[in-house]
Design a protein around this ligand. Structure first.
Ligand SMILES: Cc1cc2nc3c(=O)[nH]c(=O)nc-3n(C[C@H](O)[C@H](O)[C@H](O)COP(=O)(O)OP(=O)(O)OC[C@H]3O[C@@H](n4cnc5c(N)ncnc54)[C@H](O)[C@@H]3O)c2cc1C
Length: 329
């Protein structure tokens, strides 16, 4: 069967399935997308992209390649659909201890870090130091998914439902559901809880990151605040414990003056940190998973690699190739 006449089934319409659908559509390859419309982590994610991350203040994995690619991908879909999902934001990285601040300062001139740094800024009360990072932003993930779904529905290639197992031509983009079935072996999925709050007195000009949490302005004095990491109770049910923890983050980063609007929980699909994987599974089934905590950054670039693999038989580089991952495991 010629690859062009083969009809692919994309199982799952989170960030992975949605970006892949756009890539197949651009290449004029027939497909359908199927999703049960029962949550998924992309729908509740903050959508933040932060170039220099974590306790160690390190560049996100291959940020230099994936960031510009993601920007132009979202730009293209925005122009095509006439909707806006991507917002540039500087990131204010706050240090809560001298040790953390020393670590940050020691990295500021590293060649992979320096290009993303705007400079040190005055630390707000209660913080030891602060630095501004540029080049990041926020994807309105839910709007991106909804607008994409509307477009694919109009084309007659989207349906609500659960993809059947063992059907050749299925590309599994089923996130944590797929990883938790253990069909790829042991996983490290992590539940996360997140609040949307209204806080007219907070600064809406920057993402704030510090003390193990973050807050992201989403417009109209609303902010996403998160997030917890929990490895045991892997479900999408918000808990009181989670809410209390995220409220603490909100108080620390924004202040006490806020009102909760929504409280959600989701499961981050993790196999190894936040480095995604793609590849064939046998039976002409394929996988695209393991976006971890960074789906907004990696989904476009990885979807493009998978489309090139499916359409032109160009295998992805070893670092994102699921077969190579299995060999090294
Ligand atoms: C609290 C929280 C905050 C986060 N914040 C950020 C952030 O700020 N920035 C960032 O980049 N990332 C963030 N993430 C991570 C981000 O959510 C993930 O990287 C990304 O959404 C994963 O996308 P996915 O498409 O692989 O999975 P999902 O979005 O989970 O999509 C999988 C889809 O497959 C469907 N499905 C399951 N089984 C089947 C089946 N048999 N047939 C058909 N469909 C099926 C599911 O219903 C779901 O819709 C956050 C995650 C959490 C939990």
């Amino acid at each position: 069967v010629s690859i062009k006449s083969h009809k692919w089934v994309i199982a799952g319409q989170g960030l992975a399935g949605t970006c892949l659908a756009w890539e197949l559509w651009k290449n004029d390859i027939p497909f359908t997308v199927i999703d049960p419309d029962m949550g998924g982590s992309s729908r509740i994610a903050a959508g933040m992209v932060n170039p220099i991350t974590g306790k160690n203040f390190q560049p996100s994995w291959r940020i230099d390649e994936f960031m510009p690619f993601a920007r132009s991908f979202y730009d293209e879909v925005e122009n095509f659909t006439g909707s806006k999902f991507w917002y540039d934001f500087p990131v204010l990285r706050l240090a809560s201890s001298q040790a953390e601040w020393d670590k940050i300062v020691s990295k500021l001139n590293e060649p992979l870090v320096a290009p993303w740094i705007t400079g040190q800024v005055h630390a707000p009360d209660g913080w030891v130091g602060a630095v501004e990072v540029h080049g990041g932003g926020r994807l309105d993930t839910r709007l991106f998914l909804d607008v994409s779904r509307a477009f694919f529905t109009e084309l007659g290639v989207f349906e609500i439902g659960v993809a059947a197992k063992d059907v050749p031509g299925t590309i599994w983009c089923d996130g944590a559901v797929g990883l938790m079935s253990e069909r790829y072996g042991p996983h490290r999925c992590a539940k996360g809880e997140i609040l949307t709050v209204n806080a007219p007195s907070w600064d809406e000009s920057r993402i704030r990151i510090g003390a193990g949490g973050w807050l992201v302005p989403v417009g109209a004095s609303n902010f996403k605040v998160g997030a917890t990491y929990e490895w045991n109770e892997l479900n999408q049910i918000p808990t009181e414990k989670g809410r209390i923890r995220v409220e603490e983050i909100a108080c620390r980063l924004g202040g006490e003056d806020f009102q909760m609007i929504t409280h959600d929980a989701g499961i981050r699909p993790i196999l190894r940190r936040s480095e995604p994987l793609i590849g064939p599974l046998g039976n002409n089934e394929w996988m695209f998973n393991a976006l971890g905590s960074k789906g907004s950054l990696y989904a476009p670039g990885i979807a493009t690699r998978l489309a090139n693999w499916l359409v032109y038989d160009v295998a992805a580089e070893p670092t994102v190739n699921f077969r190579e991952f299995l060999k090294q495991r």
